[in-house]
Design a protein around this ligand. Structure first.
Ligand code: FE2
Ligand code: FE2
Length: 303
């Protein structure tokens, strides 16, 4: 069980039982090439990994929701693995690799998972001390839109037949959500009604997705969906929807706190900005020594 150090139950909710890191869309290229000749995806990813190291000492998993490589090149997967595995080892955590539309299943399977280089969907099930994570493969070989075929949906239904003690998180690349950017609906996930059928009534408590290169949230079959922004480049959603393009800024990842009664998704900006120092471990310790009434007096009362 993850022990969220530095997190005290000062409020009415019990502390998180699990903390996960949700990263998406690294889009690595062979030889460390820049994406589109423009975006230094490896440097941007290294900054993300530094932020992940800093944000939590022992997350239950690092979930990477697809578009791991931009062109599916074997060297891109080698480089990504070499970047992530030492960080995962240092944090004592597991990595959940999810396939996206830019990935090529054979190279991904061989390069990241030491599996035979086949076109089999990249799926998996993890038991993280009672929290189940299921990776789905929404990629379609030869295409950029998403889909889930009968075989994968039947497999998912079978996996979900028995509930897990802390419930289930699904990890998938194409989010089962609309996008306000016209380009993404062309590439949307097919067979969403069939997926909803499987999810409804199950123990699925959340869906982690990527693909959009901007942070977004919605619900699907009554389940919250959290889309993590990208580590490589992000969509500048400050512009009108029909004029949105990529930019080398606002990269972010997700910090997922699984509480007994809810799951929160915090967008963590990967940024280097001067930061104040009022709140500190010592400040938290000081608060921890007070009674709830004293804490209110010390921190809530307006002076
Ligand atoms: Fe992507
Ligand atoms: Fe994608």
């Amino acid at each position: 069980m993850t022990e969220p150090t530095g997190e005290h139950a000062f409020g009415r909710h019990a502390p998180a039982s699990h903390v996960l890191i949700h990263v998406s869309d690294p889009h690595f290229l062979a030889g460390g090439a820049r994406l589109g000749g423009r975006y230094d995806v490896e440097s941007n990813f290294a900054r993300t990994l530094d932020a992940i190291r800093a944000v939590h000492p022992n997350p239950a998993a690092i979930v990477v929701t697809g578009d791991l490589a931009d062109l599916g090149e074997p060297d891109a997967y080698r480089r990504l693995r070499a970047a992530v595995e030492p960080v995962a080892a240092a944090l004592g955590t597991v990595v959940v690799w999810v396939a996206g539309n830019h990935d090529e299943r054979p190279a991904l399977r061989e390069g990241l998972l030491d599996l035979a280089p086949t076109q089999e969907p990249v799926t998996g099930v993890w038991d993280l001390d009672g929290l189940r994570v299921i990776a789905l493969d929404t990629s379609v070989p030869g295409w950029h839109h998403g889909d889930l075929d009968d075989g994968q949906l039947a497999w998912l239904a079978e996996e979900l037949r028995e509930p897990a003690p802390h419930g289930t998180l699904l990890a998938m690349h194409h989010p089962p959500l609309p996008s306000h950017l016209p380009l993404f609906d062309i590439l949307e996930l097919r067979h969403q009604d069939e997926l909803a059928e499987v999810v409804r009534g199950s123990d699925v408590r959340g869906i982690l997705a990527g693909h959009l290169h901007y942070s977004s949230h919605g619900t699907f079959a009554g389940v919250p969906v959290s889309v993590s922004s990208a580590t490589c480049y992000t969509m500048n959603v400050a512009r009108p929807a029909s004029e949105v393009n990529g930019m080398d800024a606002a990269q972010a990842f997700g910090l997922v706190h699984v509480h007994p009664d809810t799951i929160t998704h915090t967008v963590v900006p990967v940024t280097d900005a001067p930061t104040g120092d009022y709140f500190s471990p010592q400040w938290v310790e000081k608060m921890a020594r007070l009674s709830p009434e004293e804490r209110l007096e010390a921190f809530s009362r307006k002076r």
